[in-house]
Design a protein around this ligand. Structure first.
Ligand code: HEC
Length: 212
């Protein structure tokens, strides 16, 4: 919820610059101002301050109501996996260096539809299987850089790719136009590199070792 925190920071900053917090009038009052004028001035700045506080409260209320619905909810509905995939999917391995030349460090996840078939090495995997590769720019897998995902479509969805649809998703959940439905050359680059993994239905991550 980084964006929500940024918005909050923005709101409190906005308040600090528009409302003087030290209680003095905004401009130095000329000494010839009468007591009445000074009182009016103070009252006016009180009113202004009250308006600023009310405005800020209203903005906060609006933020609390709207944030989950809009602004912060940037996760693309077209993404093959939900934002809380770490709660719903099974992690296939811990953080490790990718075999992909530019893949940095990765963790791979699989959804429930494909999990048992994959761990039992029953290929091809069922329609609806989703695999997510979470990519990080550091060896501790703490700095998320992006995701790549693949979803097993219906028979005929992608005849040249065992019906896998490929997807690139940025670190905020935005689907990047790279693969399926986009540039066919880019799609073939995902598929092309996964082709050597044909014995495991184009999945390059090895299933966990069989039990003892
Ligand atoms: C240069 C070769 C290469 C390219 C290009 C490539 N991949 Fe991969 N991909 C791999 C390898 C190798 C793995 C195994 C995990 C690892 O070592 O990173 C993998 C793993 C994955 C996984 C996890 C499931 C699995 O197969 O292990 C997904 C999902 C994935 N890639 C999606 C994509 C998408 C989407 C694209 C295109 C945008 C793409 N890949 C392009 C080599 C490649």
């Amino acid at each position: 919820m980084d964006c929500r925190r940024n918005l909050l920071a923005f709101l409190s900053l906005g308040g600090a610059t528009s409302a003087p917090s030290h209680g003095k009038p905004w401009l130095p009052l000329p000494s010839r101002l009468t007591g009445v004028a000074a009182r009016t001035e103070t009252r006016r700045s009180l009113l202004v301050r009250r308006a600023v506080v009310t405005g800020r409260l209203l903005a906060l209320a609006a933020l609390a109501t709207l944030a989950p619905l809009s602004g912060c909810a940037t996760w693309d509905t077209e993404a093959f996996f939900p934002e809380d995939y770490q709660q719903r999917f099974t992690k296939l391995h811990n953080c490790k260096k990718s075999a992909h030349p530019t893949g940095d460090h990765v963790v791979v996840w699989i959804n429930d539809i494909g999990r048992d078939a994959f761990t039992q090495r029953q290929f091809p995997l069922p329609q609806g299987t989703v695999l997510v590769k979470t990519q990080y720019s550091d060896s501790a897998c703490s700095r998320l850089s992006r995701y790549t995902a693949m979803e097993k479509g219906a028979p005929g969805d992608a005849p040249d790719a065992n019906d896998w649809l490929f997807q690139l998703v940025d670190e905020r959940g935005g689907v990047r136009d790279c693969c399926s439905g986009g540039d066919p050359t880019a799609e073939s680059s995902c598929v092309g590199c996964h082709t050597p993994c044909v014995n495991s239905d184009l999945v390059c991550t090895a299933p966990p070792a069989a039990g003892p």
